[in-house]
Design a protein around this ligand. Structure first.
Ligand SMILES: Nc1ncnc2c1ncn2[C@@H]1O[C@H](COP(=O)(O)OP(=O)(O)O)[C@@H](O)[C@H]1O
Ligand SMILES: N[C@@H](CC(=O)OP(=O)(O)O)C(=O)O
Length: 457
């Protein structure tokens, strides 16, 4: 049995949803279908999730939200009309949105999640109705009734272990299950969403729960490429890669698959296949536990922006027992997680995601580090990108870092920091955000410039 997840681009309009139905019809093993909210129909379009965020913001600002509501309803209406569905489904969606808009705004994060999640919830209802209209035996399944329980962190949920047993009954479902991605429910029954792009996570959880033979992740590209195709022209396709490689790359900017979606599949050894809804006969990229040989030590190069560093310098820092713990405790007190901590003997930098910071927090952190840790210098720096070079073959290849730094130096890029992960499956480089694209291009040329074949690995 297969679990098939269709991303926003695969369900953006009626034409795309017809392709989804054809894909499901073509293979009877595709028994569980996870759907996203309608995504962008073209480059200048807006995802329904973003329209819903605007709607929620308007309501939270005390406005009626009528204008924003019309935008959302229109998206579903045009899909329903083109799929020859009755007006009834559009009215159901409109009523559902109005009920959500009228719910408590006491906790703005809970209200925002409730609105955001409606994108996938209503799309799943619409797609199930369409499947039924073309004689596909299918049924919308409510994540609450099915038992998808998650932690109580609005916009950042994590699945609770007990969900796997609760959701396992879906494998015995007689009809095709149409399940909305992106959200679950806390133990208190409150709706909570995963991070953005989190429908991939729902698909992976269901694949693990039903012990699927394959988790298919349908998107709008033929495969995972060795670099972001919007940065590098015509990059090589990756045929096979390991969970570890994909996690490192998606964490670092390969938005094609959510990094947190790898864990449920990996733990349960469910192979993942990234495929194209617009070209389903193309074999796609397989993500598996191990790959046999390494044609190239590097499998991909990713870049992600939005990082800041806290630079801390103190003479004899290396001799001070508990220094690192006390530094990180200050961050913990502010509810901040960190990404990397490259260190020297007298100085260290903590690299973190900028989105967690604001002016007040930064001021408090600097003051506390100064007064409690008695450092010689401490300051924040902003606007960094992390470039990640990833590959299982990297740990037994000599001279890789030298090649990377030489390539960046040739491209006139200043490297702010180098971080070799302990697993040696990745090498991270911090550069200024403006240099991110030039860095990926230079590194791609260095490691893949000579690769003529369409596929690596
Ligand atoms: N290395 C990569 N390989 C393939 N696609 C990538 C890569 N890096 C970024 N992408 C982008 O990811 C997009 C697909 O992800 P996303 O937009 O989230 O799809 P979906 O709408 O199916 O969820 C592609 O269109 C591509 O532009
Ligand atoms: N719709 C949500 C969840 C998601 O996974 O979407 P997509 O499949 O379009 O990446 C978002 O935009 O974040």
């Amino acid at each position: 049995m297969k679990v098939a997840k269709f991303g926003g681009s695969s369900v953006a309009n009626a034409e795309q949803i017809k392709k989804v139905a054809a894909i499901i019809k073509q293979d009877q093993e595709r028994k569980v279908v996870v759907v996203s909210a309608p995504g962008k129909r073209d480059e200048n379009d807006t995802k329904v999730t973003d329209l819903l965020i605007k709607l929620a913001d308007a309501c939270l600002n005390g406005e009626s939200g009528e204008k924003e509501l019309v935008h959302v309803v229109k998206r579903y209406q045009s899909i329903a009309e083109e799929l020859n569905l009755s007006e009834k489904i559009v009215r159901i969606i409109e009523e559902d949105l109005k009920a959500r808009m009228a719910s408590s705004k006491e906790d703005s994060r809970i209200f925002l999640d409730l609105l955001k999640a409606s994108g996938e919830d209503n799309n799943a209802k619409l797609i199930a109705a369409y499947f039924q209209s073309i004689d596909l035996e299918a049924e919308y399944i409510d994540p609450k009734e099915a038992g998808l329980y998650v932690s109580d962190e609005p916009g950042n949920a994590q699945v609770l272990e007990e969900s796997y047993i609760r959701l396992s009954h879906l494998k015995d479902h007689k009809k095709i299950v149409v399940f909305p991605g992106f959200f679950g429910y806390s133990k208190e029954g409150v709706l909570v969403t995963f991070p953005r792009g989190g429908s991939d996570i729902t698909g992976s959880i269901l694949a693990a729960a039903v012990q699927a033979d394959l988790y298919e992740n349908f998107t709008d590209v033929d495969s995972v490429f060795a670099a972001n195709p919007t940065v590098v022209h015509n990059p090589v396709k990756i045929k096979k890669m390991t969970y570890r490689e994909m996690r490192e790359l998606s964490y670092a900017g390969f938005s094609v698959f959510h990094d947190e979606a790898l864990i449920p599949a990996f733990k349960n050894k469910i192979p993942v296949c990234v495929k194209n809804t617009n070209n389903p006969s193309s074999s796609g990229t397989m993500i598996i536990s191990e790959r046999e040989y390494f044609l190239n030590p590097v499998i991909g190069i990713a870049a992600d922006e939005g990082f800041a560093t806290i630079y801390v310098r103190k003479y004899l820092m290396n001799r001070e027992v508990g220094f690192g713990r006390r530094l990180l405790q200050i961050l913990e007190d502010e509810g901040i997680s960190y990404e990397h901590i490259p260190s020297g003997i007298d100085d260290t930098s903590v690299i973190l995601r900028e989105e967690q910071l604001n002016e007040e927090k930064e001021k408090r952190i600097v003051e506390r580090i100064k007064s409690e840790l008695e450092v010689d210098d401490v300051y924040f720096e902003h606007g960094f990108a992390m470039i990640m070079i990833v590959g299982e073959g990297m740990h037994n290849t000599i001279g890789l870092s030298a090649r990377a730094t030489a390539a960046l130096s040739k491209a006139n890029v200043n490297i702010e920091m180098i971080n070799q992960g302990s697993s040696e499956v990745s090498l991270g480089l911090a550069v200024h955000q403006e240099d991110a694209s030039a860095s990926v291009k230079a590194l791609y040329e260095e490691f893949f410039g000579g690769v003529k074949e369409e596929t690596v690995s």
